[in-house]
Design a protein around this ligand. Structure first.
Ligand code: DAH
Length: 337
């Protein structure tokens, strides 16, 4: 019996040493360690021995069992580590592999002007507001001091849905909407957005374009404040001192009214003044209709032509480039952000 046990031990040790996969070990486990395995069988054989010999032999079987069990566990751990390492090797991420190319878009040049303008005015305490593109005649004209039959309406002949509703011809109706909302309190806003006019499209005109409206109402707001505001804004936008020219003009919603030109150097080196915005002191009628007492409050307003500024800043001569969505054109403005 002892010899038998000794042989069995050696057989198991050899089998464990030779095992080179977890499957092999599984088989070894079934053959020797399981309930019906050879080691259990050895224990069962105890009953063939003399009762006096049984305890000593039982002990011996258990010692052998512990010994080969330890060997088995060590081997199992070893094979598991090998298997894990093989798996890790297979799953290794090759960081040198070329990645997928994601095409990156760019910000539209008109939006670049709007973004820069917004950040300038926000840092000077202005709020950015918006208004509807489908507007009421009431806000677009009447509350801007352009009564029915006023000749100024003809200059901005527009797309009407019905006699009361139209595509807004300028961003100025947002002035009226904001004044009513602020209920007589001081305000500083800008409003960027699309506007529409019946117009013949050519390289400098479009029936749809963008404006940025500005409105400041408070006590003691002066024309000097307006001029200083426009000068600092333009210096910011063009990153340097801009030569600005103010010309007297006429808008029904401002008095006095001005148009502002900036000195522009053309590609051939010659210079010329180009109109970029209209502005003025808010007309007392507009203040009154908006719920402000013109004896107490004054204000200034301006309306910036976004396309004009973009054309100047990026030296673009064809306004339709902004709307054609040609990537060869749009990609040029990538480095701006
Ligand atoms: N709304 C005018 C236009 O579309 C531009 C303008 C001029 C806006 C003077 C103003 C302003 O706020 O004060 O031509």
């Amino acid at each position: 019996m002892k010899l038998q046990l000794e042989n069995l031990k050696q057989t198991i040790i050899n089998a464990i040493n030779e095992a080179n996969s977890l499957e092999n070990l599984e088989n070894i486990h079934n053959e020797y360690f399981s309930k019906r395995g050879a080691l259990s069988q050895m224990m069962a054989n105890l009953r063939n021995l003399e009762p006096a010999e049984r305890p000593a032999f039982g002990k011996l079987v258990n010692t052998v069992k512990d010994e080969v069990r330890l060997l088995f566990n060590n081997k199992k751990e070893e094979l598991e580590t090998i298997k894990l390492n093989e798996k890790l090797l297979l799953e290794k991420v090759d960081i040198e592999l070329a990645g997928d190319k994601f095409l990156q878009g760019s910000i539209h040049p008109l939006n670049l002007i709007i973004e820069d303008t917004s950040s300038y005015f926000i840092s000077n305490g202005y709020e950015v507001v918006t208004g509807p593109e489908i507007e009421l005649d009431l806000y677009n004209f009447e509350m801007m001091n352009i009564a029915k039959g006023h000749p100024a309406r003809e200059m901005q002949d527009s797309f009407y849905f019905d006699p009361k509703t139209l595509l807004r011809t300028h961003t100025s109706p947002v002035q009226a909407r904001t004044m009513l909302k602020k209920e007589g309190k001081p305000l500083k806003i800008i409003c960027p957005g699309k506007v529409y006019r019946r117009d013949e499209d050519d390289s400098t005109h479009s029936h749809q374009f963008m404006q940025i409206e500005g409105l400041v109402i408070d006590k003691n707001v002066s024309f000097a404040n307006l001029k200083e505001t426009l000068q600092s804004y333009l210096d910011f936008l063009f990153k340097g001192k801009v030569e600005m020219r103010l010309r007297p003009s006429y808008f029904p919603f401002t008095e006095p009214s001005i148009e502002v030109d900036v000195l522009f150097t053309k590609k051939d080196g010659t210079t010329t003044f180009i109109e970029i915005l209209g502005a003025g002191m808010v007309h007392p009628n507009v203040l009154k209709m908006g719920g402000y007492d013109p004896e107490v409050y004054t204000g200034f307003a301006f309306g910036i032509g976004v396309e004009r500024l973009a054309m100047l800043r990026y030296q673009i001569e064809e306004i339709r480039n902004f709307y054609n969505n040609d990537l060869r054109f749009l990609k040029q403005f990538k480095e701006e952000f």
